[in-house]
Design a protein around this ligand. Structure first.
Ligand code: 0RA
Length: 646
């Protein structure tokens, strides 16, 4: 505790509290920021930006800039009021120091309104400070500039005045502590997606993000976001590659029982439901009461309208809740004073009062909309009727899928080479492209815990297919039956029952070429649209076969990248060396395939995660939709998966 600082040069109770707090964060960082890997690293930025967003929502800030610096430190600047710097009576130090060093100090300086943004973990800037080997804050307030610096959360000196200024606002710089994080390099696209999302969710704020690390061509990236129309702009962005059925999105903005509610929705010609929900700017992947309120309000209002219009009786078809959401893209954003987050990943809103608030806002505004827009109303009802008809066909197909699962092994696909272990936790299934690679994999595998399902070429592009077509596809049915999962609960007819999942690692294994990248994308599209729970729980992986084998005498070095290859050549010298370029899995014999790609000791599995669901949604609609030119551009520009962090 020798570094503990106090104006009087001695310890006080509050100093000790600070040290204990910071120590707790450094000992168990994952408890505060989720993890110490890629996600946690990026979470630090969101935590700092959230403070500026709060200042903007309070009405005092219009501009936020984010910079990734050359050393992978981050600078966040805003033009808000600036963090207060006056002396804190009890604590004998500046308010700024308290905000920066005391866990959960944010609330002590209440701005008169509740804190609306706030990361999933909502841990505050002091937590970022504790996990940074260096942090610097400058405040520009009342014509003066102030500064303080920290290391691992401890101030290096008391807050000092550094001069006069015309500016107003806060400047925060931090460098994540490499002894804490397993990954220390920031990904521009990940931060970019989040800044874009924040700009749409909080209209009227200017957000600029810049990457000051030169890329291979020596250029720098910078993007500016500003949304005038909020969620309406967000919908237009998400549906850019889909064919809209309406001239503009339906928009709802208002407040119910003190809960601000903003919703935009639009029907398109696809068959997918794309609903993204947010609470206090946090994406609630698992939904919750706000989503339930939206669904019930939407269903009831549209059903009433359809009944009244007489179109329904003519169609003679029974409509279910799902039918109202086919081809619907919607964003629901609510601000809740004391959100209760539940669920496996703590992204499900539990506050019961929100359900009725959203339901009533949706019903009232949608009713007005339908009255005032009879043409759009008719389009929607016709779309719903089509969906209901397709659903009846889909149910038959789906029942076939589910019936298969009742007879355990007897019902498994003939092509599946199953494993012996009965505990799903230990088991893996490889989806392998083509029968020849499938053959190698079957011979090379460890049959105790590894199952192989060869896939015939390209699976159905589910982005363009109606649901019953997907369930009719033999390959897709094989995937369901092999995995053992069933679809549909009384609550949600599209939910996946994971309790019967037979393998906790679902591995896509394809060649390392462009065609295979397309197969990977088709598979991932299928998992993203039909089994998102599988990805969310971290069960989906991509296998990575090596690109080269460098051989000299009896030395064999497998190489996964160009750099690996260069390093290998340096190691063995290039005299008498033989380099084999693997064009496909089929070129490897079973032993090689096991050694390089399947053996848990040596293989490099990439876990598929969804960092930003809205962005992933848009990417999939672009990659797999009808509009070919952007797809080609995208594939040419991106060797790997844009927002799918593998
Ligand atoms: C506490 C009180 C006030 C402003 C802030 C915090 C504040 C914090 C951050 C963090 C990043 N940017 C920020 N901008 C403001 C209000 C102070 C007042 O009443 O003037």
């Amino acid at each position: 505790m020798t570094e503990d600082q106090n104006k009087n040069g001695n310890y006080s109770a509050s100093n000790i509290t600070v040290l204990e707090g910071l120590e707790a964060v450094r000992v168990r960082p994952a408890m505060y920021i989720g993890d110490v890997n890629f996600r946690g690293l990026h979470h630090l930025v969101y935590e700092v930006v959230d403070n500026s967003i709060d200042e903007a929502l309070a009405g005092y800030c219009t501009q936020i800039t984010v910079n990734i610096n050359e050393d992978n430190s981050i600078t966040v600047e805003d033009n808000g009021r600036g963090i207060p710097v006056d002396m804190h009576e009890k604590e004998h130090r500046s308010a700024l120091e308290v905000v920066m060093t005391v866990l959960h100090a944010g609330g002590k300086f209440d701005k008169g309104s509740y804190k609306v943004s706030g990361g999933l973990h909502g841990v505050g800037v002091s937590c970022v400070n504790a996990l940074s080997d260096h942090m610097l804050v400058e405040v520009y307030r009342d014509g003066k500039a102030y500064r303080q610096e920290y290391s691992k959360g401890l101030p290096l000196y008391p807050v000092k005045e550094i001069g006069t200024t015309e500016r107003r606002g806060t400047h925060v710089e931090f460098h994540p502590d490499p002894s804490i994080f397993t990954v220390t390099e920031y990904d521009y696209n990940t931060l970019l997606d989040r800044m874009r999302e924040l700009a749409y969710l909080n209209k009227g704020i200017d957000i600029t993000i810049t990457d000051n690390r030169p890329d291979a061509n020596g250029t720098f990236k910078s993007n500016h976001f500003y949304s005038e129309n909020g969620l309406r702009d967000f919908i237009a962005y998400l549906d850019e590659n889909r064919e809209s059925l309406m001239p503009e999105a339906i928009y709802i903005e208002g407040e119910r029982n003190g809960i601000p509610i903003e919703i935009a929705m639009q029907y398109n010609s696809t068959y997918n439901e794309n609903i993204h929900s947010y609470v206090n700017n946090i994406n609630t992947h698992e939904g919750g009461t706000h989503l339930a309120g939206f669904r019930s309000g939407l269903t009831r209002t549209l059903k009433n309208y359809a009944d009244k219009s007489g179109l329904l009786q003519k169609a003679k078809v029974e409509i279910s809740g799902d039918d109202f959401r086919e081809g619907l893209t919607a964003i629901i954003s609510v601000k809740v004073a004391e959100p209760q987050f539940e669920g496996q990943t703590k992204t499900k809103l539990g506050n019961t009062e929100v359900r009725g608030a959203v339901d009533s806002a949706v019903s009232e505004m949608l009713e007005n909309y339908l009255e005032e827009h009879p043409n759009e109303a008719r389009t929607i009802v016709e779309k719903v009727i089509l969906a209901a008809r397709a659903r009846q066909a889909a149910r038959k197909a789906r029942e076939m899928v589910q019936r298969g699962n009742v007879f355990s092994s007897a019902g498994l696909p003939g092509k599946l080479a199953d494993c012996q272990d009965g505990d799903p936790e230990n088991c893996e299934i490889y989806f392998v492209e083509g029968d020849s690679a499938g053959g190698s994999a079957k011979q090379g595998r460890n049959r105790r815990f590894q199952a192989i399902l060869p896939l015939r070429g390209k699976i159905l592009n589910v982005e363009k297919a109606m649901r019953h077509r997907a369930f009719e596809s033999e390959e897709i049915r094989n995937i369901y039956t092999a995995l053992g999962v069933t679809v549909g609960t009384p609550e949600d007819s599209q939910a996946l029952n994971l309790s019967k999942l037979r393998y906790h690692k679902v591995i896509i294994m394809t060649d390392a070429d462009v065609d295979s990248a397309h197969i990977d994308t088709l598979m991932l599209t299928f998992f993203f649209r039909y089994m998102p729970e599988l990805i969310e729980n971290g069960y989906v992986y991509l296998a990575t076969p090596p690109l080269y084998l460098v051989k000299k005498g009896n030395r064999h070095i497998y190489c996964w990248t160009e750099e690996d290859r260069i390093r290998a050549l340096e190691e063995v010298g290039d005299k008498g060396v033989h380099i084999q370029r693997y064009k496909g899995l089929g070129e490897m014999n079973p032993e090689q395939l096991w050694e390089t790609t399947m053996d848990p000791e040596n293989r490099q599995l990439r876990q598929v995660t969804i960092d930003n669901a809205a962005s992933a949604d848009r990417v999939f609609s672009m990659l797999m939709g009808d509009d070919v030119p952007p797809r080609r551009e995208f594939i040419e520009a991106n060797a790997t998966y844009a927002t799918i962090d593998a």
